[in-house]
Design a protein. Sequence first.
Length: 155
Amino acid sequence: PADTSHDDLKKKYESLQKDYKRVGQAFQNQQEQNQELTALLEERKKEAEELANLVQNKDKVVNNLERHLLNAKKVIAELRAETADIRVITHSLANIHERYEQVLQTMKENRCSSMACAFPLAGCPRSTLQDFVAIAELKKVDSRGTGPRPPRPRS
């Protein structure tokens, strides 16, 4: 019985050695895998930090662009107001009368025979329907102020 127990112990010892080697190899494999996972985790942390910085920068850029957009909207509103004022000024009877007189003067100087040609030569914007309505208004006002005009003699 002593021999069998010695043989049993020897087998158990050899089995334990094999188990020890197998556990050692498994530990070695786990250690390599742990190192790979640790390196991967560090890489992911760096990527997360970069993404956080990117999001922070994006937020700053978006806020900056929103401020610029608000400023642009204010400038556009101011320019529209100025343009509306200018439009009112250029379509006033006095301005139309002044432009019309410049055109007539250009035609009288024999530089041009048609109003369509005379407007650009006089440095005036092209005539519009508003201009002609205003000219008709001016003629009405003029005829009221000086009385009826005699018909022009045709030559």
